[in-house]
Design a protein around this ligand. Structure first.
Ligand SMILES: [Zn+2]
Length: 349
């Protein structure tokens, strides 16, 4: 059996119909909590509620700070344990507001402790500096050789908008067990989407909470939040590679729907990126001095290079720069040259 397989018909059907799925119990003491998002983003975030051995509830990615979401969370807590007003902790896979949103108000109003990867707290602070001072962005634009006539457009969309910095009460690192009594919930640092993105592995029930690292249909954006001294694409490919060891887990992503088939999905996304790297490599073989702008112009784009404007153009340039760095470092050949999907490897074993 290869490919990916939805774990819940209800959730998959809702996703396909563009509706908010109903909450479900995933495993003993683990529930989904779909939270609507702002228009223009993924339609909903899949938050998760996890009960510990003392009966307390921990929320993983509580969802965007929108008025209905506070009520949706409160109703879910009350259904599980009547009278319970707030989660004991909010575990945050990464810094984006569709995941962290409610954590700040839960912390202020109820003392819910926030838990995040150490690197993600640094990334939040770095992003705040980045949006306040555009000198690093201008340096990128100069390095990409953005033509004079497009400079203002690219600069405007390359600047992020300021975000709320969520204070962390507990910082964790790769391999740590989370402070959730009675559960072995282990941190798997998975940089790429953001610098301190983390997945969580529920080791007894074999669940992988994967945030935005490995969605079933959408290919996650890479390096969209600054704060990366390294090449985010190379880190992302390495993070994908690590997931092969968790192929027996059910994947509980931050959007879309739950599924099985982690190794095949990781392989499909890696292949997509590496195909692009090969295309960039060809352009550079023909013209080793091509700038980021010149390289991007010569790549294939869905509706053509000339149709790329605004944030689509910025994203195209960022992606091209990451692939060029990968070609220069040889990072795409280090770990992935012999990467076979798990199903294929099993057949030959
Ligand atoms: Zn997200």
């Amino acid at each position: 059996m290869s490919g990916i397989h939805p774990a819940s018909n209800q959730e998959f059907s809702a996703h396909t119909a563009g509706k908010l799925p109903a909450p479900e119990e995933v495993a003993d003491g683990v529930w989904t909590l779909p939270q609507p998002n702002k228009p223009g983003h993924m339609p909903f975030t899949l938050s998760y509620l996890i009960q510990d051995s003392a009966g307390d509830i921990h929320v993983l990615d509580p969802g965007w700070d929108l008025p209905p979401n506070t009520g949706i969370l409160a109703a879910a807590l009350d259904r599980i344990r009547p009278g319970l007003r707030a989660p004991a902790s909010a575990i945050l896979t990464h810094l984006h507001p569709d995941h962290t949103g409610l954590a700040g108000s839960l912390r202020e109003q109820h003392g819910t402790r926030t838990v995040m990867h150490r690197r993600e707290q640094e990334a939040q602070q770095d992003y705040a500096r980045w949006t306040a001072d555009d000198s690093r962005i201008r340096a990128d634009l100069d390095a990409w050789a953005v033509p004079h006539g497009r400079y203002t457009e690219v600069l405007g969309y390359a600047k992020g908008s300021p975000r709320v910095v969520v204070p962390a009460d507990r910082l964790v690192a790769d391999g740590d067990l989370l402070p959730v009594p009675g559960r072995r919930l282990r941190v798997l640092h998975s940089p790429g989407h953001t610098p301190g993105h983390m997945c969580l592995v529920e080791e007894d029930q074999r669940l992988l909470f994967s945030g935005d690292h490995l969605l079933p249909r959408v290919t996650p954006g890479i390096g969209a939040s600054g704060g990366f001294p390294e090449n985010p694409l190379e880190l992302y490919l390495q993070s994908l590679h690590r997931l092969r060891a968790y192929d027996d887990c059910q994947n509980l992503p931050g959007h879309e729907y739950r599924y099985r088939g982690i190794a095949d999905r990781a392989h499909a996304i890696a292949t997509r990126h590496l195909t692009r790297t090969a295309e960039v490599e060809q352009v550079l073989a023909a013209d080793p001095d091509a700038t980021v702008w010149q390289t991007a112009e010569r790549l294939s784009w869905g509706r053509g290079w000339d149709a790329l404007t605004r944030h689509y153009l910025v994203s195209a340039l960022r992606q091209t720069a990451m692939h060029m760095d990968l070609v220069a470092s040889g990072g795409h050949k280090k770990a992935f040259g012999s990467w076979q999907p798990l199903a294929a490897r099993t057949r030959t074993a």
